[in-house]
Design a protein around this ligand. Structure first.
Ligand code: GRF
Length: 224
């Protein structure tokens, strides 16, 4: 019997290029799931247009309308409970979540971060990688814990840092791999090939993993 498609709720704050890649992958059958709800904390988030175009339910929960993090997170939790999502996919969602919220949804929360975690947590990762003189950079999909960008890493994608890079050029290269990375992880989770265990461990095809998965290199991200 076919496994019913897993329900994804995607949380955004801005451009939504990762949301776009996830919607496309669902439409093309590359993710064994469907986006059932898109939520933005910013009314002007460009990514809402992708939800509209795809005919996916979307809503704004404007953090500026709430007195503090607790009341915003309570509204977000209510919306997510209504969406009955299996996976809550943070995709450029620029809000720090309260520990109470993270604890409530910990088993379902995923985030994408533009660095090879645990290196370069926080903001401005591309500029910081260049300033540090690193030869390699990338992106990580990880589980969410109350500590920012510190949850167990599920899968990473690596890109080279190229001669003449500035933060913008490097960001473009990282985003190219992000758009393959998130759909790949989501398909593994939705098809139940990849199991996330409560203690932070992972099973892939019933085998215990000792380290994060690595996305195979893609031809379009070599140096020019
Ligand atoms: C991505 O680079 C992601 O790693 C970071 O925020 C950015 C979101 O981009 N968390 P987009 O809104 O998906 O285009």
């Amino acid at each position: 019997m076919a496994v019913p498609k897993k329900r994804l709720a995607v949380l955004i704050s801005g451009r939504g290029s990762n949301l776009h890649s996830i919607l496309e992958a669902c439409a093309q059958g590359r993710i064994a799931g469907e986006v059932v709800q898109v939520i933005s904390n910013r009314p002007a988030a460009g990514g809402l247009a992708y939800a509209r175009q795809a005919g996916v339910a979307h809503q704004v929960i404007d953090h500026q309308q709430y007195a503090g993090r607790e009341s915003f997170d309570t509204a977000l939790a209510a919306a997510l409970n209504q969406a009955k999502a299996h996976w809550i996919v943070l995709a450029g969602f620029m809000r720090i979540l309260t520990p109470a919220f993270v604890e409530q949804f910990q088993a379902q929360l995923l985030n994408i971060h533009p660095s090879l975690l645990p290196e370069f947590r926080g903001l401005h990762t591309h500029a910081r990688v260049l300033a540090a003189g690193h030869a390699e950079h990338g992106a990580s999909v990880h589980r969410v814990t109350p500590d920012l960008d510190s949850g167990p890493v599920i899968m990473q994608a690596r890109v080279p840092v190229c001669p003449g890079d500035d933060p913008e050029r490097l960001a473009v290269r990282v985003q190219k791999v992000e758009h393959r990375l998130y759909p790949t992880v989501l398909d593994l989770l939705c098809s139940e090939r990849l199991i996330l265990q409560p203690d932070g461990g992972m099973l892939l095809d019933e085998q215990s993993l000792q380290q994060p998965l690595l996305l195979p290199p893609c031809a379009e991200v070599v140096c020019p």
